[in-house]
Design a protein around this ligand. Structure first.
Ligand code: 5GP
Ligand code: MG
Length: 465
């Protein structure tokens, strides 16, 4: 059975150059990035002469142990946690993807999604490339391999100027770590330093865990080459306006991270405050469904004066596979993760502060358990506008047909979920709450304005009803 009815997460990447404990640091970096992908994990290391790798399906702590890490040698490492966005969920699609070409080994970890993948793949196959996986990330490696004769720098420039879409990547050659990010900068990527070694991570929470000092973000469009000679930065793209993914702030990134230069917790709290200003409500208390809704709920209560309570308690030790429950155990999937507190809910008017509604199915089941626990009124405020369009840039939002707000009005969504009232934060309200320059975001999942038009093959499949 599956307990996760939300969309799937994309990926997290981590890399180290010049540290004796490169593999172990990468392990801990991935541990901190686990929220970005729970399907598989992998680490590849290099001594400069030889390359070691270990990858597997499962959580970071399930894939690695001390003895596995001791077998990953070298002062250079890249790692990846994955929840598939393109490509099937199978073991050979686990990243980092490693390839040997003309005696040289490359390993790549990719967060994002290429929007011209099918066309590039078709072209490459016509020219003789043989693909080992169904991942779009493999395309980058093939493009690199074709141009390596002129050196890695030239190959990188040629590769990134052919690919389109979202990519925050770590790449390892035998003696260099390369970090590169698409010119729109959809996904985050940052650079840090630890004991004179360079560290690259999807989010700053990973730098914090390994005690690395944050230096700066890898800039949109930047190729950052890290080697014995230090850092070299190339930006082969013309001046370009970034379109950062706003959903990283709403749901995806960890609240203790600073991404795109701003703290996620603070922004989520301000989203909740904004909600309280847009929708004054009367209620006995407000509550989140932990953990994702916690921070907007804090802001909402702070601003509205409505008391905050935890009307459901989360079990933090839920694994991913279960013995099937017995027939008499109703709403098992919801209750195993979130159990209502009857004494708190009974006869109360409750406001749920939710970060987002995607399919509406999880919310529906959760609201049912609150009513069964005695809640008298259940209202919901959502800290972003309705999700009406699929994402082509690395967050695995369902197709249009599966997005409840795409097919239904807010009133119909309210009715489906079983709420007394439902309010979404306005688009201007959301933008204002971020406190960031307002034209710098990708808002495609809300307004359908795609900063990069996806290839026909992708968009057709996702936009179908
Ligand atoms: P729904 O009611 O749409 O089925 O589920 C809503 C819940 O999904 C919310 O609690 C929200 O926090 C969660 N959610 C939103 N985006 C994602 C995502 O990308 N992955 C997962 N696992 N959950 C998500
Ligand atoms: Mg949630």
């Amino acid at each position: 059975m599956t307990l996760c009815h939300g969309p799937k997460e994309a990926c997290g990447v981590f890399g180290v150059f010049g540290h004796d404990d490169a593999a172990k640091l990468t392990y801990f970096g991935l541990y901190a990035l686990q929220h970005r992908g729970q399907e598989s994990a992998g680490i590849v290391t290099s001594t400069g002469r030889s390359v070691d790798e270990h990858k597997g399906m499962g959580l970071v702590h399930e894939v690695f142990n001390e003895s596995v890490l001791n077998g990953l040698h070298g002062r250079l490492a890249v790692g990846h946690v994955r929840y598939s966005t393109t490509g099937l969920s199978v073991a050979k699609n686990v990243q980092p993807f490693v390839v040997s070409h003309a005696g040289k080994t490359l390993a790549i970890g990719h967060n994002g999604n290429l929007t011209n993948a099918r066309r590039l793949r078709r072209d490459l196959e016509r020219k003789g490339s043989i693909f080992q996986t169904t991942m779009d990330s493999e395309i980058i490696v093939h493009l690199l391999a074709r141009n390596l004769a002129g050196g890695i720098e030239e190959a990188l420039v040629k590769a990134v100027t052919q690919i389109e879409g979202a990519y925050s990547c770590v790449l390892m050659t035998q003696d260099r770590l390369v970090a590169f990010r698409d010119p729109n900068g959809f996904r985050p990527l940052c650079l840090g330093m630890l004991d004179g070694a360079y560290v690259v991570a999807s989010e700053t929470c990973a730098l914090d865990l390994v005690d690395a000092q944050y230096l700066r973000d890898v800039a949109p469009g930047e190729i950052l080459m890290i080697g014995e000679g230090g850092l070299k930065s190339i930006n082969p793209f013309p001046e370009h306006k970034p379109t950062l993914c706003i959903f990283e702030y709403i749901y995806f990134a960890r609240p203790d991270s600073n991404i795109f230069g701003h703290n996620v917790y603070a922004i989520r709290k301000r989203l909740g405050m904004k909600l309280a200003r847009e929708y004054p409500l009367e209620a006995d208390f407000a509550m989140p469904f932990p953990d994702s809704g916690n921070y907007a709920a804090i802001g909402f209560c702070h601003e509205s004066g409505i008391p905050l309570e935890m009307g459901v308690i989360r079990n933090h030790y839920v694994g991913r596979t279960f013995i099937e429950p017995v027939q008499s155990m109703r709403d098992f999937g919801v209750k195993i993760k979130l159990n209502p507190v009857r004494e708190i809910l009974n006869q109360k008017r409750v406001v749920i502060v939710e970060d987002s509604i995607i399919r509406g199915t999880t919310s529906k089941m959760r609201i049912k358990t609150l009513r069964e626990a005695g809640a008298k009124e259940v209202h919901m405020v959502v800290s972003c506008p309705p999700h009406r369009y699929p994402c082509f840039y690395g967050i695995d939002f369902p197709t249009k047909g599966e997005l409840i707000a795409c097919q239904h009005s807010v009133e119909e969504v309210r009715n489906f979920i079983g709420l007394d009232s439902l309010c979404y934060l306005s688009l201007p309200g959301m933008l204002e709450a971020t406190g960031i320059q307002q034209d710098g975001f990708c808002l495609a999942c809300f307004d359908g304005k795609y900063p990069i038009q996806p290839g026909e093959d992708i968009s057709k499949a996702c936009l179908e009803y």
